[in-house]
Design a protein around this ligand. Sequence first.
Ligand code: UDP
Length: 434
Amino acid sequence: MAQKPHVAIFPSPGMGHLIPLAELAKKLALRYDLSSTFIVPSIGPPPEAQTKVLGSLPAGINYISLPPVSFDDLPGIRAETQISLTITRSLSSIRDVLKSLVASTRLVALVLDLFGTDVIDIAMEFSVPSYIASLSTGCATPVHGRDLPDPIQDRKDDAYKWFLHHSSRHGLAEGILLNSFVDLEPETIKALQDQELGNLPPIYPVGPIINSGSSIGVSGHECLQWMDDQPHGSVLYISFGSGGTLSFEQLNELAMGLEISEQKFLWVVRSPDKSASASYFSAKSNTDPFSFLPEGFLDRTEGQGLVVPSWAPQIQVLSHGSTGGFLTHCGWNSILESIVHGVPLIAWPLYAEQKTNAVLLSAGLKVALRPEVDGNGLVGREEIAKVVKGLMQGGEGVAIRNRMKGLKEAAAKAVSEEGSSTKSLHELVSRWKN
Ligand code: UDP
């Protein structure tokens, strides 16, 4: 009997890359009977959240952890640079794994993300076609320079060179998967598919592909019991993704803003740090985050809110009836998860391409309020209380909620049997199988 087609999947470091690719692999296995192997690079010991996701993959999806690389020689480099270098420093072990997969499986494709383009060369050595999974927006809404992705803000920084490097290599891929759908970004997708505009590989909008809650078992589940006791649609969920951290001053303003808003909240708190991406590779705090909250805050807000350290079961929270809004750092996965569950947003971007995503949400799709940053680079407590009340109680909040409902329906349609994303994935898999 002919061997099943097999797909190699190479996520660059970070939960925001691993989670949607894990969900893609599950879809390929369940719907198309395609098996796959994750090739997982790492910097130090794997974060708990990563181990949980990989450990809960169903039969037919394997993973191989690459030997960790060290950055002792390059202290203080930016996260984006570190991600790219993790991959270049892992190339020889990636080659070994691909070689053994080619020998032992019917390997039909290698799927990698934006930061993994150096692996395309190795796949070519083995004549395996590469596909880039684009896990964020192409934002067609006009964007101010300051809201463009972080790595392109400073041309002297290595992160900028890496961004150009990876962007220039997209043409080497056999195809590009978008974790998006036609009704969410019609202009962008139309432009990318317009063959007259350039030599881009075929584009496959296959989203939204979102977290199905495989992080069950990771800390933070006690909060769901608290949510069960709250009134319908009353709670604002606050999370800055797997890696986002606030400064000490900003953490305090947020705490005070929530308190004076008098709205219910569930807040995933991390210890403060000067770098907004301080927890990116660990997805948790190494110190007790609660010790940085304003004095008496936990007592004063008892009953009004709940704080959980480092990690919450986000999908279970977003799909919970008590959730009425989400203050998000605008990571693309968090955005898609909110759309699928119809949760209106407050856009509070921190790093990477999050500010661009925030523009799409607030100015483009108009499904988010975006608080203003003051002259000191902080969002003040009064501003926070204003947007929180605006979203949870104000007329603007109602309009945003209704628009989000529309997007929720469009997302469900895209992944339905006859939906645009289902058709697109079907086309891609047919190409792989033949
Ligand atoms: N996530 C979670 N609990 C948390 C923080 C994050 O389950 O406390 C999940 C979230 O559901 C999403 C992913 O981690 O699937 C974060 O991806 P996103 O693109 O939103 O942000 P990133 O972490 O890449 O900045």
